[in-house]
Design a protein around this ligand. Structure first.
Ligand SMILES: Nc1ncnc2c1ncn2[C@@H]1O[C@H](COP(=O)(O)OP(=O)(O)O)[C@@H](O)[C@H]1O
Ligand SMILES: [Mg+2]
Length: 275
């Protein structure tokens, strides 16, 4: 779905590359977590994926279409983005108007627009709020409306750039559950950018960035084994992963590394029933 071939991007010739000879493949329908410390190049990668930036060197292609001056407009329609601050994303006076905004810009006929807005709001379970003012919603609900605005355009990829950062723990959970739910009902490639490793655990695969390069890529459980190295490049190790490694050091062996609290609790129950 997305291919980077030795892609570099530099904002300023006098400074190093923000993205440095990066090559990566993202399959159709994959849920990727893109992680890395502040300044490691994640947002630059996101902007190269949807044609907001064009590479200084190398090639990007999205669903077979090479990114260039001639195609970036088409690529933007294929790749939607949800940003950190839901407040800055609102333009409509009602939830429904807001979701319709992108379609209006693309010149969709009214009838088609009404249909798409209703179906997108249902997909994120916000249809009941369609006539409300967006500013009265919770953070998690606002992000769900932002997602609906993108779903209405029917992109092939959605990028979430630190979309959970401003949300409280409930809002974060709500966002992740919404993405999980969407993946059950439709084909969709997800790029979920975060510096929170515990959120990255939900992805099919994690790509770790460091200094504009891909530092590692693998299934969450594989990546989490490199605890010490991850923390050396500025990432905070999830509590569950630290508990697991602490228990391991003290000779309490679990069957496998738990990725979520429920997995940890289930394994602890199993262990205690054997004692
Ligand atoms: N608009 C910009 N102008 C100049 N430098 C930038 C700009 N945006 C990002 N950078 C620099 O590019 C590097 C990568 O930034 P970014 O892609 O935002 O990383 P991340 O999203 O991982 O925090 C950083 O060194 C950052 O300072
Ligand atoms: Mg960023």
């Amino acid at each position: 779905m997305i291919e980077f071939n030795k892609v570099s991007y530099s904002y300023d010739k006098n400074r190093g590359n923000a993205v440095d000879e990066l090559s990566l493949f993202i399959e159709q329908n994959e849920w990727i977590a893109l992680i890395g410390h502040n300044g490691s190049g994640k947002s630059t990668v996101a902007k190269l994926m949807n044609g907001l930036l064009l590479p200084t060197e190398g090639n990007v292609s999205v669903s077979g279409l090479p990114l260039s001056e001639d195609t970036y407009w088409d690529i933007r329609k294929k790749v939607g983005m949800v940003f950190q601050n839901p407040e800055n994303q609102f333009v409509g006076t009602t939830v429904m108007d807001d979701v319709a905004f992108g379609l209006e810009n693309l010149g969709f006929p009214r009838e088609e627009m009404v249909k798409r807005v209703a179906s997108a709001l249902k997909e994120v379970d916000m249809y009941a709020f369609k006539d409300q003012a967006p500013n009265r919603l919770s953070g998690g609900q606002k992000q769900r409306v932002a997602i609906a605005g993108i779903l209405a355009i029917m992109p092939e990829v959605i990028i979430f750039d630190e979309a959970s950062t401003m949300l409280d723990p409930n809002g974060k959970k709500e966002l992740l559950e919404t993405i999980k739910g969407l993946r059950k009902i439709k084909k969709m490639t997800i790029v979920y950018i975060t510096h929170d490793l515990s959120e990255a655990a939900y992805a099919d695969r994690i790509i770790v960035m460091n200094e504009g390069k891909q530092w590692m890529s693998g299934k969450p459980r594989e990546v989490f084994q490199y605890r010490d190295e991850l923390s050396e490049i500025g990432l905070e190790i999830p509590l569950i992963s630290s508990i697991y490694s602490g228990m391991n050091k003290h000779g309490v062996k679990l069957e496998k590394e738990p990725l979520h609290m429920k997995e940890l609790v289930d394994q602890l129950w199993k262990l205690s029933s054997k004692m």
